[in-house]
Design a protein around this ligand. Structure first.
Ligand SMILES: *Cc1c(COP(=O)(O)O)cnc(C)c1O
Length: 395
């Protein structure tokens, strides 16, 4: 018998992945995440990053990172509750709170971390979490860490949400309704005004994970809550600093009470070292840019509109996206992956997304248009879509 240390139980599972045709290697990017990149040794137009505003390699952010390193070093050296809470961490949170038009902000090391730490800290046994069925994996994992009961409502279905509230509200002390602000696979926006109304009617709290809305929706990227003018009516608004902001980190925006409590019970904050100074410096510069101009969000929406119009005119099914996320729905799983591969061979990188990430038969390539793309790059990408679509008889 082979030794357990050969991990043959994992080797068998890996072989299963290979048999199912879903085994893959991680793609390797050479250089910065920009609109045109060298990926796995090939020059391609990048339609697959969350770098919505092109901030990941913005000269002002790079300069701010270097300056923060010069003054504060490369690491925070401890968790925030001991000696890892630098003045720049506090300044960053004040700036973010001002930007988000909320009372206070608590920053975590990532958006994932933020959900993993916050949901369990604000719910307990005797509470109920009601979650949209299409919510992000980090919300699902975060809810698993809570001792509260959990249930889901059908995607964006307000009748179903109300049914759940009607049936269950009175059996629990606190109820927390959780939704993504923008859903990452389809690009649709949560019906937040209706969710908030139902929450107010039934005395429930609301929690919006706005990872794909931050830096995208609302005035100069203030997010989905700002887009709908719901300030003060959402209890917990989560944003990521890793997507449009271009760096790393996640945060909760809300009340001073929320921040006070999370500083005592937000486990990633208590047991994991805080963000490095370079990240903090560049995050603050990104927020300053957004507070001084709408140039970047304007360009993002202009590019998104331009690309979506051209792709749908060709005859592709681009679903029901309301944001720069542009799914091009191909359908069958193997065909979707072949489409993605052919695009890559012709110089366009768009990753294929298939079951189980999306429902069977709705495989798609998910195009992420950014402010960093030029019209010329988008035109070239559209040409490649046309060619491959015709070759594969999709068009
Ligand atoms: C990307 C994403 C996260 C994770 O954010 P990171 O900062 O990359 O950890 C959390 N929630 C949603 C909805 C996301 O799309």
């Amino acid at each position: 018998m082979s030794s357990i240390h050969e991990l043959s139980f994992l080797k068998e599972k890996i072989q299963e992945l290979k048999n199912d045709g879903v085994y893959r290697k991680l793609p390797v990017l050479e250089g910065a995440n920009e609109s045109e990149v060298t990926l796995n040794g090939k020059r391609v137009i990048n339609l697959s990053s969350n770098n919505y505003l092109g901030f990941a390699s913005h000269p002002r952010l790079k300069k701010a990172a270097i300056e923060a390193v010069e003054k504060y070093g490369v690491g925070a050296g401890a968790v925030r509750t001991i000696i890892g809470n630098m003045d720049i961490h506090e300044d960053m949170e004040k700036l973010l709170a001002e930007f988000k038009r909320e009372e206070a902000v608590m920053v975590f090391q990532s958006g994932f971390n933020c959900n993993a730490g916050t949901i369990q800290a604000v719910t307990e046994k005797g509470d109920l979490i009601i979650s949209d069925e299409l919510n992000h994996a980090s919300i699902i994992d975060g809810a698993r860490l809570s001792r509260a009961d959990k249930t889901v409502f059908k995607h964006a279905d307000m009748n179903h949400l109300e049914e759940v509230l009607k049936e269950k509200r009175d059996n629990y002390r606190n109820v927390l309704i959780i939704t993504d602000g923008v859903f990452s696979m389809d690009g649709d926006i949560a019906p937040l005004p209706d969710i908030v109304k139902l929450a107010e009617k039934y005395g429930a709290m609301t929690y919006v994970d706005d990872a794909h809305g931050s830096g995208v929706l609302g005035e100069s990227g203030r997010g989905t809550v700002d887009h709908f003018g719901l300030h003060g009516r959402v209890d917990f608004t989560i944003g990521t600093l890793s997507k449009a902001i271009g760096v790393i980190g996640g945060y909760v925006a809300g009340s001073e009470t929320m921040r006070d409590w999370l500083s005592h019970r937000g486990r990633p904050l208590l047991f994991s070292t805080s963000l490095p100074p370079a990240a903090v410096g560049s995050i603050m510069e990104a927020v300053r840019i957004l507070m001084s101009t709408t140039e970047y969000t304007d360009k993002l929406w202009d590019n998104a509109k331009y690309f979506k119009e051209k792709i749908s005119k060709l005859g592709f099914d681009i679903g029901k996206s309301e944001t720069p996320i542009t799914p091009v729905i191909i359908g069958e799983e193997a065909k979707t992956m072949e489409f993605s591969k052919k695009l890559f061979d012709k110089g366009v990188f768009v990753s294929g997304i298939v079951f189980p990430t999306v429902p069977k038969g709705t495989g798609r390539v998910r195009c992420m248009v950014t402010a960093g793309h030029t019209k010329e790059q988008l035109d070239r990408a559209v040409e490649v879509f046309k060619k491959v679509g015709e070759d594969m008889r999709i068009l």
